[in-house]
Design a protein around this ligand. Structure first.
Ligand code: 5AD
Ligand code: SF4
Length: 436
């Protein structure tokens, strides 16, 4: 039996693609292994969004040399955004790699790895506007929760972002294909599904827009929680907000990228939203449910960002009261609009702004978590706590992590739904006690 090892970097969409590749290999009789030195095939699914993501992947791919020395038959494929972005150049540098495969060519991976391909090409990077992976379903990420990609590519062309160049224009997955994949997962016991796309709420096919798709997914028997990521502030229609707030299966949590709190910077980023529009989405969600969970992405030290612009980012962060935020230091990506401009800020200045923002957000995160104390919440149990094996970790509907102790004599396992009273906080972590 041949074994494959998969390493994934980057976003959840890469996680989903990796699971789709895994499924293709398993349908051909391969088994997964965690140990690269034990594998016949290695697939590294990479990210290019920031330079650091590429550097980490390159360093780890170089380390595979040892596995290849142990087993000269080993085949290594590098796929994902970095393969597309830098395949031709890396071909010379990373001699261990047999194939570089771009995001539209994943169906070729099994034949390439398994030796059915007899040609001499190493680069499979062509964009294919028609490729939507119809009828390809991913291996489940867990017994109870899974990702389902509904949109590929991106049309937004934010000036800092390399993704549209690597993943091509937006493609929406056929609605029936999406529903089939969710149904198949539900039939196997999955109760939570996370719908994925770069601007997931722009979803539109002849059969459904995003609001309609959420409704259709919610009608699938067995599905109890629906999540999605990442929405764009521009695509929150009234119908969508109505579904988000009134369909009981759609979780009250969203990751809505802000990027900057300054309107001139947002314009320069070509974000297609301003602060008023952004805040109006948050207000609509939080006015109905003050506990509605909102997280965001923010870039610090974008090219041209003045101290006054950054002060606006701090102000909006305070105003928006994000539950959590992913805060990044601007990293110019070759080929993007903004990389053509010369940066004035030094790395130290960018880092200093980042530190200030992280400090502010930490205090807000703590406040938002403290707000949850006293509430009785339903958790989907995810796993044992990392700190203490005898404790369990679950998530509330609004995506708060909660640690709790199982009650004596009652067996609770990942995938179960339990009711807990949130009654303590340690560090940032909320703790709860099981309700009878
Ligand atoms: N530099 C820093 N952060 C970036 N992101 C995207 N491109 C860049 C870049 N060039 C961030 C954005 C995006 C998240 C996935 O990564 O905040 O939402
Ligand atoms: Fe990274 Fe973006 Fe590609 Fe995801 S789509 S892997 S975040 S560059």
């Amino acid at each position: 039996m041949k074994k494959y090892h998969l390493a994934t970097y980057g976003c959840q969409m890469n996680e989903y693609d990796s699971a789709m590749i895994a499924q293709q290999l398993e349908l051909r009789g391969c088994l997964p292994t965690d140990n690269p030195e034990d594998a016949d095939y290695i697939i590294v699914n990479t990210c290019s969004v920031r330079e650091k993501a590429e550097d980490t992947a390159i360093a780890n791919i170089s380390k595979l040399k040892h596995a290849k020395e142990l087993n000269p038959e080993l085949k290594i494929a590098v796929c994902g955004c970095m393969a597309k972005n830098r395949g031709p150049e890396l071909l010379k540098r990373l001699k261990v790699v047999d194939f570089f495969v771009g995001p539209d060519q994943y169906k070729k991976i099994p034949e390439l790895l398994m030796g059915e391909y007899k040609g001499h090409h190493k680069l499979f990077l062509d964009e294919d506007i028609e490729e939507n992976y119809l009828g390809e379903y991913a291996k489940l990420q867990s017994d109870f929760s899974t990702f389902v990609t509904i949109q590929r590519g991106c049309n937004k062309r934010c000036s800092y972002c390399i993704v549209p160049y690597l993943r091509g224009p937006e493609k929406y997955r056929d609605t029936n294909d999406v529903l089939t994949e969710v149904k198949m997962a539900a039939d196997k016991g999955v109760t939570e599904v996370m719908l994925l796309g770069q601007t997931v709420n722009a979803y539109k096919t002849p059969n459904a827009d995003f609001a309609q798709l959420l409704t259709n997914v919610s009608e699938i028997e067995g599905i109890r929680r629906i999540r999605f990521t990442s929405p764009h502030p521009r695509h929150y229609t009234n119908e969508l907000i109505d579904v988000l707030l009134n369909n009981p299966k759609v979780c009250h949590y969203a990751h809505i990228p802000l990027q900057s709190g300054s309107d001139p910077i947002l314009k320069k980023m070509r974000r297609q939203h301003n602060i008023d529009q952004y805040m109006s989405v948050i207000e609509q969600l939080r006015s109905k449910d003050p506990y509605y969970g909102i997280s965001t992405d923010i870039i610090c030290g974008f090219v041209g960002e003045t101290e006054a612009d950054f002060a606006e980012t701090l102000k909006v962060t305070e105003l928006a009261q994000f539950d959590t935020a992913f805060m990044f230091i601007y990293s110019p990506r070759k080929g993007t609009e903004s990389a053509k401009e010369t940066e004035i800020l030094t790395s130290e200045e960018k880092l200093e702004r980042h530190t200030r923002l992280v400090e502010l957000q930490n205090s807000i995160t703590l406040k938002r978590n403290e707000m949850m104390l006293g509430r009785i919440e339903e958790l989907l149990v995810e796993k044992n706590s990392m700190r203490d094996d005898s404790e369990l970790r679950g998530r509330t509907d609004n995506f708060k992590k909660v640690i709790f102790r199982p009650a004596n004599g009652k067996i609770i396992k990942p995938g179960d739904y339990v009711k807990v009273k949130l009654d303590d906080i340690r560090g940032w972590t909320i703790r709860g006690t099981l309700e009878d």
